[in-house]
Design a protein around this ligand. Sequence first.
Ligand code: SF4
Ligand code: SF4
Length: 305
Amino acid sequence: MQTMINGCDISCCTLCPRECGTDRTASYGNCGCDDKLRAARCALHMWEEPCISGTNGSGTIFFSGCSLSCCYCQNQKISHDCFGTEITTKHLAQCMLKLQQQGAHNINFVTGSHFTPWITEAVHMVRDKLTIPLVWNSSGYETVETLRLLDGIIDIYLPDVKYLYPATAREYSWAPDYPEYALKAIAEMHRQVGKPVFDENGIMKKGLIIRHLILPGHRHESIDILKKLTELLPKEEFLISLMGQYTPPKEKLPYKNLNRKLTTMEYSSVLRCAEKLELNGFSQELSSAQAQYTPEFDLEGLPND
Ligand code: SF4
Ligand code: SF4
């Protein structure tokens, strides 16, 4: 029997590129989640890009689970271990209103792809009360079909582009098809939101910011990603956010390069390429502490916290 959530059949789930066909009413998919909406934190966050965090903060809602399984993930507690609490779509709708009341510049859905129909259902409940932009903060591992559910709902896309080479995507995230899906996803996101729009205070209202975390030992791939993006989109129609704060996980990985930080030479060479390509956007200092960007996942702001 089919079980539909906001028009999507979750008894044979194909929401993300894994297309694992799991019956989420009875079991857990590769993303680690069943049909219960789960989240780990709902709070103002100051460490997104300046045009997203502004002065008041971005209203982040971190979802549990993830359909990628990056070996260097800094959020393993929620992405791999699925830490979080079960919430209803009504709770989620209330969380959005609460963040808006707290002064958030936007509502920022973090890693919510595997819950897309639940999220759209919640947005519809409070749509007439929301006056701030909605941000989709994702790994970039998305299908165009699922992204179309967000067309007209999401104002700002904030995807990663992690890899361009299938071999790297296979090695580090068990997803050799990541580059293919991510590039199509980026094109669809751009189609939906168009070029960046800001308010008089420089806060983003609409647009696309593409994030890229430079991995130690992979500066050439990073440079190829930047070049590929300029082939895919007009450069004035997106912003790039280059991140150099890669932090090796506590437990040693079987890849020597991922057990060290990025060098200044690696970081500078990618930054130089971005400048040469005349890309607009942001870069995080090498010295930035990763801890600043990774909040405590303590169920803050969620029902029963
Ligand atoms: S969202 Fe989860 S259950 Fe659905 S296809 Fe992806 S991994 Fe499978
Ligand atoms: S996509 Fe992000 S949250 Fe998911 S496993 Fe990779 S690094 Fe972690």
